[in-house]
Design a protein around this ligand. Structure first.
Ligand SMILES: [Ca+2]
Ligand SMILES: [Ca+2]
Ligand SMILES: [Ca+2]
Length: 217
């Protein structure tokens, strides 16, 4: 193996298999991430590319991490990887959205899951449209446990429009008096909704409904 600008480089006449052995002495404490890759060979490798870099997960590269020392100022060191071949864009695995339908989902996110009794929480109701068409006049219903009180704006929320492959959020404030289950469902929209039935209840396991358990302290 011969050093070259911070890297080690070596060649083998044939692989039988055989191995390179490198002895290294760490000069400081730290977390050392060491990588190696194959640069070339006289025969083709059908499932990877030589010299493509060490960050693409191919089987012609490998890594090992070594840690030395145990102090609080441990630094991270990684092998250089200056010529990484750009990775292709990630391709989605979902079917193309239907341009003639909306596909609505509801989520509820609370700023607190364990508030004090008689305090107020803020819940974000998020309507997501995974369809290919803009959803207009989307109506969302919120159902509160007995004793809870809606401070604002209203238990029947209106979303003027939710664009295709987009989402819209509205916050509601609720006074919480006891542990209970907050529920919501999308009730209606002007368009045909794919993959669920709008307004059919809170407990069908459909993605147009959502619920959240809030426990009081
Ligand atoms: Ca390979
Ligand atoms: Ca490679
Ligand atoms: Ca439903």
């Amino acid at each position: 193996m011969t050093p070259s600008t911070g890297r080690l480089r070596g060649s083998l006449l044939r692989i039988r298999p055989t191995r390179f052995r490198v002895n290294a002495t760490p000069a400081s404490s730290g977390y050392f991430w060491n990588t190696a890759q194959l640069l070339s060979a006289s025969t083709l490798d059908p499932d990877s590319q030589f010299a493509s870099g060490t960050g693409d997960g191919q089987d012609d590269a490998a890594s090992v991490d070594i840690r030395t020392g145990n102090d609080t100022t441990m630094h991270f060191f990684a092998s250089v990887n200056p010529n990484q071949t750009p990775l292709p864009n990630v391709i989605g695995n979902q079917p193309a959205p239907d341009p003639d339908k909306v596909d609505l989902c509801l989520s509820i996110v609370s700023d607190q899951l364990a508030p004090r009794t008689n305090s107020s929480i803020t819940c974000a109701l998020i309507v997501q449209n995974k369809g290919g068409k803009t959803a207009n006049n989307v109506s969302v219903q919120v159902a509160l446990p007995a004793g809870w009180q809606l401070i604002g704006p209203t238990a029947n929320l209106q979303f003027t429009s939710v664009a295709a492959l987009n989402s819209v959020t509205q916050n509601v404030q609720i006074k919480v008096t006891n542990t209970g289950l907050l529920q919501g469902q999308i009730v209606s929209s002007n368009e045909i909704n794919a993959n669920s039935t709008l307004g059919n209840g809170f407990t069908n396991g459909e993605k147009d409904e959502a619920s959240l358990v809030i426990r009081v302290r």
